[in-house]
Design a protein around this ligand. Structure first.
Ligand SMILES: *Cc1c(COP(=O)(O)O)cnc(C)c1O
Length: 233
């Protein structure tokens, strides 16, 4: 008897998720933390709705997408079938997409400038959807990368809370490609600690164990869950 392709994919993803959980558990143990304090965001960007459905069928419920438009095409039917799925926006957000983003996503991880914070706050009020927000910090101070500069982070966090009333539930970073990620993870944790921010979204497929050892509460894994992303031409 041959197994349908989507079922095969579901089994493969379930195996990947199981292997990740074991690695998270070991890293948490090394750091003296509880593995259940680490939430896995399965990054489904570029993967088809069928692949995401296969992942949803394993029971996994937390996903990450980096483009509003792509998520708006892919997710509404999936959300209709899996209403408890939660989607995190992990890519840059333009103010003209804030309305769609607030309507679709459950967590916005990439708040990084006052104009955007203001637009998100206004839209959340309009839609009565008060989503948890993460602030993206550009820990490597890379000019091409999104995120608040570290020196401005304390002020910006205070501004998001006090001026815009945002629920700042975490900080997020994407370390530079060619640097030791541990330094960036420790730096992000330090900024979070001194500002009383509980969540830390850090660690991807290549470095999530290090992130867990350094206190990540949210790890964002694409390739480790789904395999290599399809090539888009
Ligand atoms: C794509 C992406 C990830 C996942 O990367 P992998 O290397 O596939 O785990 C995590 N975070 C962000 C912001 C991404 O854009």
């Amino acid at each position: 008897m041959s197994v349908p392709l989507d079922q095969e994919q579901s089994v493969r993803i379930a195996d990947n998720l199981e292997a990740i959980q074991q690695r998270v558990a070991k890293a948490a143990l090394r750091a003296g933390r509880e593995a259940k304090g680490v939430s896995l965001t399965a990054v489904s960007k570029i993967h088809s709705a069928d692949s995401v459905r296969a992942a949803l069928e394993t029971g996994h419920r937390v996903y990450g997408e980096n483009r509003v438009q792509e998520a708006a095409q892919k997710w509404p039917p999936l959300k209709a079938d899996f209403p408890d799925a939660s989607i995190h926006l992990i890519g840059p957000l333009q103010t003209n997409k804030v309305r769609d983003a607030v309507a679709l996503f459950d967590v916005i991880e990439t708040v990084d400038r006052p104009k955007l914070a203001a637009a998100i706050a206004e839209e959340m009020e309009k839609q009565s959807r008060h989503l948890p927000c993460f602030i993206q910090i550009n820990t490597g101070e890379e000019s091409q990368k999104a995120g608040v500069m570290p020196a401005e982070s304390d002020n910006f966090i205070a501004e998001c809370r006090n001026n815009y009333g945002l629920n700042v539930s975490g900080l997020m970073c994407i370390p530079p490609q060619d640097e030791e990620p541990a330094l960036h993870f420790a730096f992000l944790r330090e900024i979070a600690n001194r500002n009383g921010v509980a969540g830390l979204s850090m660690g991807m497929s290549a470095d999530f164990e290090t992130a867990v050892e350094l206190g990540a509460t949210h790890i964002r894994l694409g390739r480790a869950v789904f395999g290599e992303r399809p090539i888009v031409s």
